[in-house]
Design a protein around this ligand. Sequence first.
Ligand code: HDE
Length: 710
Amino acid sequence: MAKSKPGGDAKNEQLAKHTTDNEDQFLTTNHGTRVNDDQNSLKAGERGPSLLEDFIMREKITHFDHERIPERIVHARGSAAHGVFKVYDNSLAPYTKASFLTDPQAETPVFVRFSTVAGSRGSTDLARDVRGFAVKFYTQEGNFDLVGNNMPVFFIQDAMKFPDLVHAVKPEPHHEMPQAASAHDTFWDFISLMPESAHMIMWLMSDRAIPRSYRMMEGFGVHTFRLIDADGKSTFVKFHWKPLLGVHSVAWDEAQKISGKDPDFHRRDLWESIENGQFPEYELGVQLVPEEDEHKYPFDLLDPTKLIPEEMVPVQRIGRLTLNRNPDNFFAETEQVAFHVGHIVPGIDFTNDPLLQGRLFSYTDTQLIRLGGPNFHEIPINRPLQEVQNNQRDGAMRQQINKGRTSYNPNSLGGGCPFQARWDEGGFRSHTERIEAHKVRGRSKSFFDHFSQATLFYNSQSPAEKTHLENALAFELGKVETVEVRERMVGILTQIDRGLATKVADALGLPVPDAPEQPINHSVPADGDPQEYQPIDVKLDLSASAPLSMENTVKDTIKSRKVAILTADGVLTANVEAMLAALEAEGAKGEVIATRQGFVEGDDGKELAVQHSYLTAASVLFDAVYLPGGTAALVQNGDAVHFLNEAFRHCKPIAADASASDVLDGTYFGAGEHPGVFIGDDPAALAKAFKAGIRQHRFWEREIPGPIPA
Ligand code: HDE
């Protein structure tokens, strides 16, 4: 079955679709009858009751009544895009049979859905949360779904605990509050009793949980998978996505404000960047571990609460993902796409990670209820490139019209079709793994180091990132009402870092225990021996890992950054135009803000087009601010002064013409020297310095308590 081009250069075609597609088409019912009145229901007299006979109205309303399907239980809020994946020349040919990872000529269409986890479908994009990063590769050998997150580890080690985790983080059941937030008692109650979450909690409390953009976050497959070569040899692999724009986040105060000013912030950013032709790009990275090294590391490769530090196994970048087309219809594509870790192709296989094993069950099960039956693979966005041929039949909403008598195998009446495929014919063959074991409910002792990597993560953060993490914990636990839960969490933090525990305890007005307390371990079964579940103390040779800090990310571009230009009548037109051009030359976009929409009159009588008024714009929706000269009137404009104050407080680059210093004097930071504040007379020199500042993303060193809130 033909699928609508999932990549390709279809932009103009698509723009046309969003606007004038249906010009010469008549309105019909779902059964093809042309409708001559879509405004009025059928009535017994103009002022009379409506008639049951009105099949047109009944059909329209019945369909409307059934428009909603159950939202995803987790990852309900998401946005997606089409694109392509291409492997580089130094492909994975020695390790895997999968052609999309080995053939540099192959351009594999993809559909990628980004999401938050906890909130419902209408919740804000900027919640403190993990982000989903799910990629469906439509490969020549079938669909491969890499259903990952923007954090490389997870909260729990065994799928058995997933419903508990999700119940704990979702709004509390008695009053359904809070929405899309982990800052409440049930979440921290659970976490404080789950020491295995410690590492993930460090990620969740870090700025990684409030990304600037889906285009500026990493992605991870989390579990260890296997690559399988043509001879059936296995190599362990961890998958990574590395964004070419670098990894960047916003400030927590900013995140909360964006949630009010534009809850669709990430969705809009993804959509607009693709519409503007600034296609989001990521490199696919792999960490490869030979089978014989399985037990070489001070952690278990099967434990999803551990990462492999890049210093131990470097990430090799092997290909590029480009998102180049927005979906045509949100529901049909983004909402109905069905990802599953079990959608796999020959050349890739699973490991026994108990979280992955549980996921292998869960994803089909959830689609059955969400998409209403077993034929969800026939929805266009879920179809593979290949024709599907098997003996599965019928079920709700079946699309395929199977011909012939046989729907069983083996058969002779159907000529034996369809045939099984040998490995060398592209048939999937599960990796043969020797297992000699007792059937047990339990966990490997090698899973019982809960803190070494939490400490590694904390130690790897820059001073500003550490402060953000401490403040995030103080915020979240500060929202917890039950003091015992806060105390237990401080106890857990003492296991990670005493300084961290002390700072958080101080903010909560709690004492820090003298010696780290061994947390309560709740993974012991009722009849189990607690000794078997004792934590193990692992000391890592590595004290810090550079890639864990966003401070070390790529900072070489201003592409797609949004810059606010604050204006008033009399603004120096030439300077504004010079700045707009300088920004545009490197792919950034300046947007003019004025007291009213339409046009602002420049010093030379020229009119400049205005994109936003101070009413509709807010500093939190921009990456940087430029204040041109000729704007002295803004000193009296509280919104403009607040714009500057807030941008300063959120550590954003600010540029100002020297002649605008009156306005700067009206701000709380003034016209003096500050990191990331560029003031100058010469437009070219100012633009150059400003652009260098925007490349840095933020100047966190400015983040000292000031007289305005943030
Ligand atoms: Fe998921 N997860 N998950 N998950 N997950 C779902 O599938 C589940 C886990 C992830 O954009 C659900 O279609 C279990 C880890 C993403 O459509 C559900 C466990 C990781 C998405 C489900 C996990 C993920 C989901 C809900 C523990 C990162 C969104 C709706 C054993 C590697 C995909 C759906 C999209 C969605 C189950 C843990 C990533 C219920 C049982 C670890 C990105 O099937």
